[in-house]
Structure formats: structure tokens, C-alpha cells
Design a protein around this ligand. Structure first.
Ligand SMILES: NC(=O)c1ccc[n+]([C@@H]2O[C@H](COP(=O)([O-])OP(=O)(O)OC[C@H]3O[C@@H](n4cnc5c(N)ncnc54)[C@H](OP(=O)(O)O)[C@@H]3O)[C@@H](O)[C@H]2O)c1
Length: 281
């Protein structure tokens, strides 16, 4: 059974988990914001960001703005690295030496391997990777996790998945599937927003005011997601249920099929995976 979103953390973390985040931009900010909004008893949140003004909206939610990486590294039980991949080495160098044994360093940096992070933090520190989505901001994130073998990892696996379970769906994947996951799900919001934008544009073309078109299309996606999620019906059947023979919808769907929408989406994901692999090399 899923724990209520605001219930205390279970087990060894109950009443005493300090989560710190280095880099509070789009992704780090989304995770901290999502956790802060849930007001989980016993959870303390802190962060630091190169440009301090990004901490202001988070501080308003109770996230403590720390003066620098050493102070944050010394304080956090769970330290999230949410800087750009090319900044990870410098950040780890600044944190190393301040981390306590048993701390978990969780990197969300795309393409930075467990091995690289583990070498950067030194002995006695547990290491994991997470590939998140920005939808964590609204408690609808999708998170892939993998763990480096090490002495404290087993203590962290369940509580970490439980904590991030408050922000959405958590999966454990082998590290070699991370690029596939990034291409399909990490990049996913961009594909979905592109489709939404196209339909909003169609609404405006039909004469609906922009705001109204956007509101309707937003509800359409939310409703379809709920319908697809709640049932076991194949997606093709859900699609066909809307298409009356000889009707208006099938005329529109035929255009999408002729343009090869499904094939285009597959190609987009494969292109993203290829680029991800290039970036890892
Ligand atoms: N955005 C996504 O959808 C997404 C999805 C999956 C994974 N990720 C991963 O998440 C990570 C962050 O991406 P992002 O999109 O959130 O980038 P971002 O918005 O640029 O955030 C990175 C933040 O790190 C801060 N920073 C850089 N160096 C720092 C330092 N030494 N100390 C403290 N803060 C520092 C930056 O501060 P400034 O304000 O000074 O630049 C910036 O706010 C990346 O590794 C990316 O691969 C992102």
C-alpha cells in the first residue's frame, strides 16, 4: 500500500533525514520544491546554488540556504547532485572530505557513471544515480534509480525509493538502461509538450482564444492520461473507441497515420538515445 504523501518516513529515517541538494536549478529545484510541498514530518531540506537568488523561492518553502558545498556536504544524510554533468567533478572535489561515512550521494546528472561518482566521493560513502523528470515538481515524476555496490547501499535502497515515491513513480533499472530511459522518459516532457503545442496551435487556427485552447488541450491530456492509466484496454482500442465509422475523428487520425506519427516518435526516441550515447563517450 502507498504511504500517504505527508506521513512520516519509515524505519531508520523516521524523524531525522536531512536532504541537501547542490545545484537548485530546474531539476534540483523541482525535487526540493516537490519534497518541501509535501511537508513530510522529520524531513529537513537544505541546498546551495551558485547564484544565490535561486534559493529564495525555496527558502520561502522552508529549505535552508547553505553558504557553500562544504557546509552542505557536512550536514546532509542524503546529498543530491543536480549540477550540469560537466560541473560534477568540481562539485565532488569541493564536497569530498566533508562527507560523513554512510551519507548517500545521489547524482541526477545525465551520463555521469556510478563509477565516476564513487571515485569522486571516496570510501565509506554510498552512491546512487537517479534519472528524474521535471514532472516531479507536481508530484508526478518518474524516477529511475541504480546503486553502486558498497557497504551502506542496502540501508539506503528502501528509504530512498520510499522518499522519492512521494514525488512519483520509482523504478530500479540497471545502469546500462539509463540512456534508454533518458531518451524515452527523461526527454518525454519535451515530446508531450510539443504535441500539446501543436494542438493548441490548431485550436487557435480554429478561432479559439489562445488561453482557452491551452486550457482545453491541457485537460485533454490529463483526461487521456487518467483514462489510459486506469484501465487495461489497449491504447489502440481507446483510440478506435473515439473513431466512429465514416466520422470526423477518423478523418483526422488518417492524416496522423499517413504522416507516420508513431514512427516519428520512435525515431525521436532513437535519435535522443544516439545523442545520449555520444555524450557519454
Ligand atoms: N532538466 C531536466 O529535465 C533534467 C532531466 C534529467 C536529468 N537532469 C540533470 O539534472 C542536472 C541539472 O540540470 P538542470 O536542467 O536542472 O540544470 P540547471 O537548471 O542549469 O541547474 C543546475 C544548477 O546548478 C547550479 N550550480 C552550478 N555549479 C554549482 C556549484 N559549484 N555550486 C552550486 N550550484 C551550482 C547552477 O547555478 P547557476 O544558477 O549559477 O547557473 C544551476 O542553478 C543535469 O546534470 C541534468 O543532466 C535534468
Amino acid at each position: 500500500m502507498t504511504a500517504p504523501l505527508t506521513s512520516p518516513l519509515p524505519g531508520r529515517l523516521a524523524g531525522k533525514l536531512r536532504v541537501g541538494c547542490i545545484g537548485c536549478g530546474r531539476m534540483g529545484g523541482a525535487i526540493l520544491f516537490g519534497l518541501a510541498a509535501r511537508k513530510i514530518p522529520g524531513l529537513t531540506l537544505c541546498g546551495c546554488n551558485r547564484s544565490p537568488e535561486k534559493m529564495e523561492p525555496l527558502a520561502a518553502l522552508g529549505v535552508e540556504a547553505m553558504p557553500g558545498i562544504p557546509e552542505l556536504a557536512a550536514k546532509a544524510d542524503l546529498l543530491i547532485l543536480a549540477v550540469k554533468p560537466y560541473q560534477v567533478a568540481d562539485v565532488l572535489a569541493a564536497a569530498r572530505g566533508h562527507l560523513r561515512p554512510g551519507t548517500l550521494v545521489l547524482s541526477v546528472a545525465a551520463g555521469v557513471s556510478l563509477d565516476r561518482i564513487a571515485k569522486g566521493v571516496g570510501d565509506g560513502v554510498a552512491v546512487a544515480r537517479c534519472m528524474p523528470t521535471t514532472t516531479a515538481l507536481v508530484g508526478k515524476g518518474i524516477f529511475a534509480f541504480c546503486f553502486a555496490p558498497g557497504p551502506h547501499v542496502e540501508e539506503w535502497r528502501t528509504p530512498l525509493l520510499e522518499l522519492f515515491g512521494r514525488l512519483g513513480l520509482c523504478l530500479e533499472l540497471p545502469e546500462e538502461k539509463f540512456t534508454d530511459f533518458s531518451a524515452l522518459i527523461g526527454a518525454g516532457p519535451a515530446y508531450v509538450f510539443a504535441m500539446m503545442q501543436g494542438l493548441v496551435q490548431a485550436g487557435v487556427t480554429l478561432g479559439f482564444p489562445h488561453a482557452e485552447s491551452r486550457r482545453m488541450v491541457g485537460e485533454l491530456f490529463a483526461g487521456c492520461a487518467a483514462l489510459a492509466d486506469g484501465g487495461t484496454a489497449p491504447l489502440m482500442q481507446l483510440r478506435d473507441d473515439v473513431c466512429s465509422p465514416g466520422g470526423l475523428t477518423i478523418a483526422g487520425v488518417n492524416v496522423l497515420d499517413r504522416a507516420g506519427l508513431s514512427g516519428l516518435l520512435v525515431d525521436a526516441v532513437l535519435a535522443a538515445r544516439e545523442r545520449g550515447r555520444e555524450m557519454e563517450r
